[in-house]
Design a protein around this ligand. Structure first.
Ligand code: GTP
Ligand code: MG
Length: 314
């Protein structure tokens, strides 16, 4: 927002809550803007008006939209089979969710992406920096070193390109997103990937009772909407992991798969692509497309190796 929108103080107030661009203003409701400390309703109206004058909020032709989609890139999972399943890897301008039981490789995949996102890839992808939000205290820089070795890249350089934050509550997790947006804005085009491992863990703790479910889902919806906007506004890939729970209704309906990802419809709709992970023999794991606008419901087998996620050896 270089343009003298209102005054510097107002821009600061907006930046403090992670709204750094005209697009960011357009993506935020009046009501949410009014909740920003120090912004009156009248001021918000003026800001909205000024933003819409600078950038028309309206329609694109399908052609223009397809040009915009050309900026979308994919980050490799480390396994060619897995990448094929995903149409090239983890997609930018989208939220990709991987869920599965414990030890199915969600955290290992998160670590691998921290390295592969830094490597140049197909279609002119240059590689870039990563933000990792850890809610379970399972981030291990040493794993990044192992994975860096596999790709023959320098340890220090790899670790330097990963910004790490540990989130302690679901509220803290949300607050961190303000910082994420500010960082993505500050170093425009440098950051390529945001990882949250895992998206639901803290919500599960903070809202434990049945009576709190509605509130939990409401807060979750706000967070996911924020993530969606960030992914589009800054053209980054958002990768989140998720846990599973036994479905209490499953035994009644004889469902084949009695476990399902938590987060309900809110998360189901927010994730662009959902991947289910399950265990195979030894270090093998099976990924399945659970829900995607473009990819068919296929499966791929990959392996968890010392060097991170890789292809299963024949
Ligand atoms: P939860 O967070 O508990 O739900 O599980 P997760 O899905 O995040 O599992 P995670 O990604 O932590 O995967 C754990 C699996 O990775 C285990 O089966 C480990 O044996 C394997 N693993 C972890 N580190 C290494 C390693 O350095 N080398 C190899 N070969 N495997 C590893
Ligand atoms: Mg994990």
């Amino acid at each position: 927002m270089e343009i003298s929108l209102q005054n510097v103080a107002d821009i600061k107030k907006l930046k403090a809550v992670g709204i750094c661009t005209i697009k960011g203003i357009q993506m935020t409701t009046r009501r949410a803007l009014c909740n920003v400390k120090g912004l009156s309703e009248a001021k918000v109206d003026k800001i909205k008006e000024a933003a819409n004058k600078l950038v028309e909020p309206g329609f694109l032709t399908a052609f223009e939209y397809s040009e915009k989609r050309k900026m979308v890139f994919h980050i490799s999972t480390g396994s060619q089979e897995f990448d094929k399943l995903l149409g090239g890897g983890i997609e930018s301008m989208a939220i990709t969710e991987a869920f599965g039981e414990f030890r199915t490789g969600k955290t290992q995949l998160s670590h691998t992406l921290c390295v592969t996102a830094q490597l140049p890839g197909p279609n002119g992808y240059t590689g870039g920096k990563i933000i990792f939000i850890d809610t379970e205290n399972t981030f291990r820089p040493d794993r990044l070193r192992d994975i860096a070795d596999r790709f023959n890249v320098d340890h220090e350089a790899v670790l330097d390109n990963v910004l790490y934050a540990r989130a302690y509550t679901s509220e803290h997790q949300m607050e961190l997103l303000d910082y994420v947006a500010a960082k993505f804005h500050e170093e425009a085009g440098i950051f390529k990937l945001l990882i949250i491992d895992s998206i639901m863990a803290l919500f599960r703790v903070d809202f434990s009772g049945r009576g709190e479910l509605a509130e939990r889902q409401q807060k979750l919806a706000q967070m996911l909407s924020r993530l969606q906007k960030i992914s589009e506004e800054y053209n980054v890939a958002v990768f989140v992991t998720n846990q599973m729970t036994a479905d209490p209704g499953a035994t009644m309906t004889f469902q084949a798969d009695p476990k399902k990802p938590i987060g309900g419809h809110i998360l189901a709709h927010a994730s662009t692509t959902r991947i289910s992970l399950r265990k195979g023999r030894g270090e093998l794991r099976i990924a399945k497309i659970y829900d995607s606008p473009e990819m068919p419901e296929n499966e791929a087998t990959f392996a968890i190796t010392t060097g991170g996620i890789g292809d299963a050896k024949e």
